[in-house]
Each structure stands twice: as structure tokens, then as C-alpha cells.
Design a protein around this ligand. Structure first.
Ligand SMILES: Cc1cc2nc3c(=O)[nH]c(=O)nc-3n(C[C@H](O)[C@H](O)[C@H](O)COP(=O)(O)O)c2cc1C
Length: 148
């Protein structure tokens, strides 16, 4: 059994629903899981003690990518989460009508790479609210869990 944390920022509930769905799948795979709202997270040592950390955030803005407010506050202190050499991956929900579909996940992934994290999968990008047992979510979760 491994330990997996899922930290998300969500304004209208779509990314929260995706975080909870991934959390359920991780739990069903037999791992210990924590699903944490970014609003309740503190940056120092956030990745300590977790075999895998998954970061989810919705995309806002238009001409440029803006992170969801609660996640953005955490993101400002990302250099303190101890991401170096940790297994991580990013996910987002968004809307394909915008220029940067789920651009938040790309921004987070890039920052994690800068911090020396081990990004174990390309970001998961979901349109709107996830459906329960949506195949892309099942496949992505299976893929990230294979790395721990
Ligand atoms: C003002 C505004 C800006 C948005 N900008 C983007 C964007 O740049 N890229 C994107 O993929 N979705 C964008 N969206 C869509 C939201 O990210 C999408 O509805 C998301 O699922 C909301 O997730 P949440 O409920 O977890 O906050 C935008 C929505 C609004 C209202």
C-alpha cells in the first residue's frame, strides 16, 4: 500500500468532483489517500510523507492562464512544498472554448518540473464536470498508480 495525496483548487465544483473521483479510484486500488482542498493546504513540506502527490486546478482568465484562486495562493509558495524528486502529476478541468484548454495543468506541471519533481504522467485534462468512471480518468489514474 502506498500513500497518495490529491490537492485541488475548485470554484464551481468540477475539479473538486474530479479530485474526489480520482481519490475513490486510488482508494479502491488499495492505497491510502488524502483529498485536500488547496484552501486548507499549507505549502511548507506539503509533499513530505506521500509517495505520490496529484495537483488539480481549474483554469481561469482568457488571454493568459490564471489559476483558480485558492490554488493560486498555494502556488505562490510552491517552492516550499518539497517537490524535488517526488512523484507528482497534474490535472485540471476546463472548457475547450478557451484558448488554453486546461492551461492551469500545464502551468503547474511546468513549475513542478522546474522544482525538480518527477512528473510521472502528462496532465489529465477534462472538459467540465467528470462523469463517474470516465474512461480517461480511469486510464490516467491507473497509469499514475503504476509508478508507485
Ligand atoms: C471567466 C472564465 C475564464 C475561464 N478560462 C478558462 C481557460 O482559460 N481555460 C479553460 O480550459 N477553461 C476556462 N474556463 C472554464 C473553467 O475552468 C471550467 O468551467 C472549470 O471546469 C471550472 O472548474 P471548477 O468548477 O473546479 O472551478 C473559464 C471559465 C470562466 C467563467
Amino acid at each position: 500500500m502506498s500513500t497518495v495525496q490529491i490537492v485541488y483548487g475548485s470554484t464551481t465544483g468540477n475539479t473538486e468532483a474530479l479530485a474526489e473521483l480520482i481519490g475513490r479510484l486510488v482508494r479502491e486500488a488499495g492505497h491510502e489517500v488524502r483529498v485536500l482542498n488547496a484552501a486548507d493546504a499549507t505549502a511548507p513540506g506539503l509533499c513530505d510523507g506521500w509517495d505520490l502527490s496529484l495537483f488539480g486546478c481549474s483554469a481561469w482568465g482568457d488571454e493568459e492562464v490564471t489559476l483558480q484562486d485558492d490554488f493560486d495562493a498555494l502556488f505562490q509558495q510552491f517552492d516550499r512544498i518539497n517537490a524535488k524528486n517526488r512523484k507528482v502529476a497534474a490535472f485540471a478541468t476546463g472548457d475547450t472554448n478557451f484558448t488554453y484548454f486546461c492551461g492551469s495543468a500545464d502551468v503547474i506541471e511546468e513549475r513542478l518540473e522546474e522544482l525538480g519533481a518527477d512528473v510521472v504522467a502528462d496532465a489529465l485534462k477534462i472538459e467540465g464536470a467528470p462523469q463517474s468512471d470516465q474512461p480517461e480518468v480511469l486510464e490516467w489514474t491507473r497509469q499514475v498508480l503504476e509508478t508507485i
